[in-house]
Design a protein around this ligand. Structure first.
Ligand SMILES: Nc1ncnc2c1ncn2[C@@H]1O[C@H](COP(=O)(O)OP(=O)(O)OP(=O)(O)O)[C@@H](O)[C@H]1O
Ligand SMILES: [Mg+2]
Length: 249
């Protein structure tokens, strides 16, 4: 299996305060990793530092062998635009644009695909995520779940190798969480590597591996294997709950 992300001795401090302590882990192409841990343990900080949204104080973050913690801003923004997708708890879509226009915008900006191809991609992912019926709606006139699925579509428009998410279901109720996670699992099955931070054990149970962060260090990891929506997945929930119990979560 091929490593897509290799994090080596990652440390991050804000002023005098060290938040991340010697983080080491690898992610294989096609994996789905969930990061869990108490509030303030450093999950978001870790996600930002491994995705090039922030720079580590020391250590290395290799994306397909290239150290993204050391590249210049121009290279970094190109990597982020072309190879990475991002989703957050609250999606910041542009207010005066439709859902469709919000989704195609980073596609046009990147130039990785022709405008025609970008429009085709948008159409196809909006169908897949079930928001095609609201494609031309103003973003103020759709539900929270639809908005989050639009954010996923926008993150996927340039067909990234990795999708990063910080609490992507944090503002959703349990039924829209399920819809969004079904979308994310589908994307992952089609080959995109996924790394998300979540508080929600139900969300983490969709991952193939769960990493538990405690006080800025990796405390433990749990292998769950690939999620299969058609199977009875109750054993995964049980295994995860027991493990989280052991972590004191
Ligand atoms: N820009 C910053 N400047 C100073 N301290 C920061 C900064 N960002 C985060 N921290 C501190 O780093 C620690 C970890 O924060 P982080 O946001 O990574 O936690 P988290 O695990 O994502 O928490 P939550 O579950 O509440 O989102 C906290 O003590 C926080 O106050
Ligand atoms: Mg956080």
């Amino acid at each position: 299996m091929k490593t897509i992300l290799d994090v080596k001795n990652l440390c991050k401090s804000f002023g005098e305060t060290q938040v991340l302590h010697n983080i080491n882990f690898k992610v294989n192409e096609g994996e789905f990793v969930a990061i869990m841990g108490q509030s303030g343990s450093g999950k978001s900080t870790m996600l930002y530092n491994i995705s090039g949204m922030d720079r580590p104080t020391s250590g290395n973050v290799l994306l397909s062998g290239e150290d993204i913690s050391k590249v210049d801003e121009e290279r970094l923004s190109s990597i982020r635009l072309n190879r990475m997708g991002f989703i957050f708890q609250h999606s910041y879509l542009l207010k005066n644009l439709s859902i469709r226009d919000n989704i195609v915008l980073p596609g046009f900006k990147s130039g990785k695909y022709s405008r025609e191809k970008v429009s085709e991609n948008a159409e196809s992912i909006m169908k897949k995520t079930g928001i095609i019926s609201v494609a031309d709606h103003d973003i103020k006139k759709v539900s929270g779940g639809q908005l989050q699925r639009a954010a996923i579509c926008r993150a996927l428009i340039n067909k990234p190798d990795i999708l990063f998410g910080d609490e992507p279901t944090g503002s959703l109720n349990s039924s829209t969480t399920k819809e969004v996670m079904d979308n994310i699992n589908d994307i992952n099955i089609e080959g995109t590597t996924v790394i998300i931070v979540t508080h929600d054990a139900k969300v983490a149970a969709r991952a193939s591996r769960v990493i538990f962060i405690m006080d800025g260090s990796i405390n433990d990891e749990l292998e769950l294997g690939k999620y299969n929506g058609n199977k009875d997945n109750s054993f995964r929930d049980k295994k995860l709950t027991q493990w989280l119990d052991k972590q004191g979560f």
